[in-house]
Design a protein around this ligand. Structure first.
Ligand code: EPS
Length: 388
């Protein structure tokens, strides 16, 4: 299974092609829309999210609520495009019109300058339109398909926020995944800790007032993945490495951790590794889950716990020094419209990119053109693992 996305932030639409989804899998646009809507929410989102109402148009690959086995084409229209038809149109336009909204002033922390150097664009709109986090809507659409596949195989996944601007949510090891889904959905910052939620919202409000932005840490939690998915035999078959790649590729993400993550550097081996236990009913398990569900690039059968860190959004109201690429004059970069914090939305994006890697790994290990046969193969494998 793989996917590609196309489309610019203020262009007509975002398009996602997902290939390799088995036939006969139940899938509705409602499921994808629910994911898209969740991504749009969150305290700290800017004005653009009031303009867009992300809805998917499934333009291929699904008929009467089931996948066909052919590529899926998922379209999300940009409502803001009506204000950008000249600026973003695909046909040649007059020179005088072309000069409108030309961007020659790179924003520190964005792709603007490096992208202009790489592709030879003198108008950095050609960079920022594609490097914008608007593209994550297309990735969520692909991830929603993966989530449907996982759900139908009894694998559940949720993303939430652990930390914003240094305000940490408490750990709640006793919560079930259903609790985590429900509680995070009710929090305007997607946190499991109501007290921290309020403090995070206050921090976002303050950042907004100050014309600044703040980042944070998201966590994705997965239950139901059988042991032995992924592989240790080659670097590019290690599933934790693939997840790390996918998470790191989300706009503004700067790092990834599994389980206790960087804390492992500070502990002795005896305090890190998870002891192996066995019972007739469950088969092999781990007493703890410090390693976050992975050993040797393969799932252990324990919940997958992965964290990603998002830097503060670099599009700032508060000016930062930069240099105009035409005049070479120093100026103070600032903008008219931005999100002051997109960490709650990023938790949803992270949930979806992780879901895609999991579904892809399952299909690689149990290739099947027909979903009911895949389900059977997974059920049988689970039983083999239990009886091992
Ligand atoms: C973004 C800037 C803002 C965000 C956008 C990402 O958009 P605009 O420039 O239109 O105000 O709202 O995010 C989305 C549109 C989205 O769907 O997440 C940027 O510079 O990356």
């Amino acid at each position: 299974m793989r996917y590609l996305t196309a489309g610019e932030s203020h262009g007509k639409q975002l398009t996602t092609i997902v290939e390799g989804v088995p036939a006969l899998m139940p899938l509705t646009s409602d499921e994808i829309n629910e994911s898209l809507l969740r991504r749009q929410k969150g305290h700290g989102r800017g004005k653009r999210m009031q303009i867009e109402k992300d809805l998917v148009d499934i333009a291929g690959g699904v008929r009467h609520g089931y996948t066909l086995g052919s590529p899926l084409a998922l379209i999300v229209k940009n409502d803001d495009f009506k204000h950008w038809t000249d600026i973003m149109g695909e046909d040649p336009i007059d020179e005088d019109k072309k000069l409108r909204r030309v961007v020659t002033r790179p924003r520190p922390g964005h792709a603007d300058l490096n992208g202009a150097i790489k592709y030879g664009h003198r108008d950095m709109r050609n960079i920022l339109e594609r490097s914008s986090a608007r593209e994550t809507a297309a990735r969520v659409a692909a991830g929603a398909v993966a989530k449907a596949l996982l759900k139908n195989l009894g694998i559940n996944i949720v993303g939430y926020v652990n930390e914003i601007a240094g305000i940490k949510a408490k750990d709640y090891p006793e919560l079930t995944i259903e609790d985590k889904m429900k509680i995070s959905e009710e929090s305007p910052v997607r946190s499991l800790d109501p007290e921290a939620s309020q403090k995070m919202m206050d921090a976002i409000d303050k950042a907004k007032k100050d014309g600044d932005s703040i980042g944070g840490i998201c966590e994705v939690y997965v239950e139901g993945m059988p042991a032995g998915i992924g592989s240790y035999v080659h670097y590019d078959r290690k599933l934790d490495a693939r997840i790390a790649f996918a998470v790191q590729s989300i706009n503004a993400f700067k790092g990834v951790e599994f389980g206790i993550g960087f804390e492992a550097a500070r502990r002795h081996g005896s305090e890190v590794h998870d002891e192996i236990i066995w019972s007739e009913e469950t088969g092999f398990r781990r007493r703890t889950n410090n390693l976050g569900g992975f050993e040797g690039g393969m799932t252990t059968g324990m919940p997958i716990v992965v964290k990603g860190v998002m830097k503060p959004i670099p599009t700032l109201y508060k000016p930062l020094q930069s240099v105009d690429i035409e005049t070479k004059e120093t100026f103070n970069a600032s903008i008219e419209r931005s999100d002051s914090c997109a960490v709650p939305a990023a938790a949803v994006v992270m949930e979806h990119v992780v879901a895609f890697e999991l579904a892809k790994a399952i299909l690689e290990q149990f290739p099947n053109d027909q979903f009911p046969k895949l389900k059977k193969a997974i059920d049988q494998y689970r039983e083999e693992v239990r009886c091992f």
